[in-house]
Design a protein around this ligand. Sequence first.
Ligand code: ZN
Length: 139
Amino acid sequence: MPVQNHSLYAQTTEETDIIDITPQVTKQVKESAIKNGCVTLFIPGSTAALTTIEFESGVINDLKKSIDRMAPEDMYYEHNERWGDGNGYAHVRAAMIGPSLNIPVIEAKLALGTWQQIVLIDFDNRPRERRILVQISGD
Ligand code: ZN
């Protein structure tokens, strides 16, 4: 089974960024010429995460507020004492959502729902140039 490794990149800010990466992933799956298989997305780094959501501003704001309630930025985090980088909340948030996704590729298309987009969420408290690994396997 052929396996192809690609990357995509996103520039983020010091605020929580939620970025729709569906167009880039769709393009890479198309260019891979793989018809049936799977795409694995993985973000190396412990302050960012990948998930899917309907990419519209209402639910994006709802997600941001829900994440704020789960791991508020202004709480006490032991991590901040250890490193002094002030991003304990970002590590906890990223761990709760997770760093990877697996999406089936069926007849050369991502098996996403109509209202389901792939998003990168960057929680870190400084701008980052993020690299996302895109591994496409199948035949
Ligand atoms: Zn840290």
